[in-house]
Design a protein around this ligand. Sequence first.
Ligand code: BGC
Length: 339
Amino acid sequence: MKRKFMALVLVAAMALTMLAGCGSKPASNQGGSSGDGLNIGICIYNYSDNFMTLYRTELEAYLKGMGHTVTVMDGKNDQVEQTNQIENFITQGVDVLIINLVQSSAATQITDKCHAAGIPVVYINREPDDTEKQRWVDNGIKATYVGADARQSGTFQGEIVLSLADKGDVNGDGTVKYVMVQGDPENVDAQYRTEFSIKALTDAGVKVECLDIQRGDWDQTRGQEIVANALTNFGNDIDVVFCNNDAMALGAAQAIAAANRTVGKDIYLLGVDALTEALEKVIDGSMTGTVFNDHIGQSHAAGDAAVKFAAGESLDTLIGVDYIKVTKENAQSILDLLK
Ligand code: BGC
């Protein structure tokens, strides 16, 4: 027990060191330095996404703080609309593009347009597949992906469950029975979080059973509806609700409260992102845990990559940023750091 506690303290300390180390401090807290005044175009897949709103706000502040001119466009979850926006940026002759694709599968078409115009591109959040990344290497294309490895976030969700005294089997029937609320599969994050959260449990020898798996498209209302239905259909059989992101977990928390179930007592609830509201819920116990999807580290790494590309540097096709596990022990420190 004591060893377990020490390990947790160590993880929390490591998390804080990592946050400090990778410059994960909001741009508004850092003070800007003057840059060489690049003209940068940014395309976001959908402004109504909570996580991408945090991300784009930080990215814009970071680049503007360095003295660059930044234009951000809302793709409105429509690839045709976003492709038009990219074509306009190309016509305007921006120095570099940062793109959060609506559809990852559009990467080849978009990369070719940018490459033909001599404009480097930094993809964020929705990762182009390995074949596409290999094409960049083979053809000397100036493109990269900056993001976190969603396998890690799934594993962290599973590990948080494993760290509980009953390893997630809250009703003690010998099997961890779960409901999985998935994001939009256009982002591989949805697929990997679903797979690796459960893999962490089965790798540790825990018996699991999926009661329900539904697509909630990263959306809070969908999360609430899916979990409300699952609670009606499966009642006390449900031990754990896994959500691929916090927005859906916040919806799940509403459904759990409405069904008079209590997180930590008769059900567990996990999310990913570490949105402020979710961190507050982890602190007050109404969520079991979440995983910090470091939008600060990611946006700064993406901004730095864009500036380096525009300056003629070559970059790897993948620039990774780590996730951080969040439980009651370190939620307050993460919240403080994000302020
Ligand atoms: C985040 C989700 C977000 C999605 C958008 C994921 O990495 O965890 O909250 O909705 O990206 O593509």
